[in-house]
Design a protein around this ligand. Structure first.
Ligand SMILES: [Zn+2]
Length: 113
């Protein structure tokens, strides 16, 4: 019986996986506030986001690393995901952006928690 309880507790952390707003709260809030609609290309907000997404330390993945660009050398998957966020945002591919967000959350929970 005791053995069973221990096993259950070991499995539990998987159920409380981090969400996107736990990992990159500022970016998650931005996406929430625009209600899934990306800012209009070349609008002020768009330009501001674009330049932040281009910078490894300020982009979505960078925020998760506490505004550091260290992941470029330390995690190929994070580097790739960060690059894709920038690409999909600049091409205004909202659904691809959402897929990439999910890929990031899954990867983060598997490798960086
Ligand atoms: Zn990573």
């Amino acid at each position: 019986m005791i053995q069973d309880v221990v096993t259950f507790q070991q499995i539990k952390p998987k159920e409380v996986a981090l969400s996107f707003s736990d990992i990159s709260p500022t970016w998650a809030k931005r996406f929430e506030e625009c209600a899934g609609k990306l800012p209009k290309p070349m609008s002020l907000t768009w330009i501001r986001w674009y330049f932040e997404l281009k910078r490894a330390s300020k982009c979505i993945v960078g925020e998760a690393y506490n505004y550091s660009s260290s992941y470029i050398h330390n995690c190929g998957e994070c580097d790739e995901i960060g690059w894709r966020f920038m690409l999909y945002f600049s091409l205004h591919l909202n659904s691809k952006l959402k897929d990439n967000q999910q890929r990031f959350v899954t990867h983060w929970n598997l490798e960086h928690v």
